[in-house]
Write a protein of this length. Structure first.
Length: 355
């Protein structure tokens, strides 16, 4: 619950403040829900570890603010080494030099450059924007590495097997996070500036920054999928994986790209939510579940509905914090029950009609 609100009777001013807080939280959940829908559409993976990447972003930025190398660096080094070894072994087996060269570039050079920048080019006195950029780069790079290590070998498996692998990846990342980041919670710096009045409501720069960033990212994703060749290839893979392979679209490359986009979305989400709440190494699971509720509203397939569902989750969470803060998360997750009931009824009804 926002610290500006004291418990008491609901009035218009309190409702507006709660609505603002709900929209700010919902804007972050929009990114999570959109990324979940994107990953599921292309790879059939319910990406449970996405919330872990969000928490790791805030923990990474906090380490930079303290003038220390973040634990994310060592996670990236180990993950890149494993992914590179897997790809090189595959290239040797196929006797494909081009594949080996691309693997060295993708899993060798790029992570090395990012790690070197994180270790030697981010002093404690560095500008906040640069610290944010390097933190986001570290997390975004983890996305394709997780895909290569965990999900690419299981690309042909059933959705249930992929879900089990996703849960295992979450548990592994959570354990690693405890080891490299510790159990202490962190809050990061946010958008600075004095609050201002807008239509009779006090608005904070943090709220404006979060909403503007979310809208910018979602718009960029729309432009990417609508106008770029790679975006259209991802849409083709999402609609028909087998047909995409027949016309020469690599589903492996599509999976790698979509996990990169998911890593970027998770990094931005972590940067946006870090100043508003205390995050721990295991905070990501709850964040991911709230994004998942928004994605379920969209049927894990429709982006506008997923975004609307995420905003609904944020709004319900804000008002639940005012009325029953101890049961806030329970109330949020109860939202999914009528949605699932409605979807089950709407799915069964046409079949009954055909009979």
């Amino acid at each position: 619950m926002s610290p500006r609100i004291t418990r008491g009777c609901m009035n218009t001013d309190v409702a507006l403040i709660l609505l603002q807080d709900g929209l700010v939280s919902g804007a972050v959940y929009v990114l999570l829900a959109t990324a979940l829908v994107l990953v599921f559409s292309v790879t059939r993976v319910v990406f449970v570890p996405q919330g872990d990447l969000v928490a790791f972003t805030a923990l990474t930025l906090s380490a930079f603010e303290a003038g220390q190398p973040p634990g994310t660096v060592w996670i990236l080094i180990v993950a890149a080494a494993i992914a590179l070894a897997l790809d090189v072994i595959e290239a040797v087996r196929l006797r494909d030099r081009l594949h080996a060269t691309r693997s060295l570039l993708r899993f060798g050079l790029v992570p090395t450059v990012i790690v070197m920048a994180a270790l030697f080019l981010v002093p404690k006195t560095a500008p906040l924007a640069w610290k944010m950029a390097v933190s986001a780069a570290l997390i975004a790079c983890l996305g394709p590495l997780i895909y290569r290590i965990v999900f690419q070998p299981l690309a042909a498996a059933s959705p249930l097997v992929l879900l089990i692998a996703a849960v295992a990846a979450h548990l592994g990342l959570s354990s690693i996070g405890l080891h490299v980041f510790g159990a202490e919670g962190v809050r990061t710096e946010g958008f600075s500036g004095a609050p201002f009045a807008l239509f009779g409501m006090i608005v904070t720069p943090q709220a404006v920054g979060v909403l503007a960033s979310s809208v910018t990212v979602v718009t960029a994703l729309y432009v990417f999928f609508r106008f770029s060749l790679r975006g259209r290839a991802l849409l083709a893979a999402a609609h028909n994986r087998r047909g995409a392979e027949i016309v020469g679209i690599s589903t492996v490359a599509a999976g790698r790209t979509v996990f990169l986009l998911t890593g970027i979305a998770a990094a931005i989400s972590g940067l946006l939510i870090g100043p508003t709440t205390t995050l721990y190494y295991d905070s990501g699971f709850l964040l991911g579940l709230k994004g998942f509720v928004g994605a379920i509203v969209g049927g894990m397939a429709v982006y506008p509905l997923a975004a609307a569902g995420a905003l609904l989750v944020g709004t319900v969470e804000a008002f639940a914090s005012f009325w029953a803060s101890a049961y806030r998360d329970v109330i949020v997750f109860l939202v999914i029950i009528p949605v699932l009931f409605w979807r089950s009824v709407s799915t069964v009804a046409p079949e009954d009609g055909l009979e």
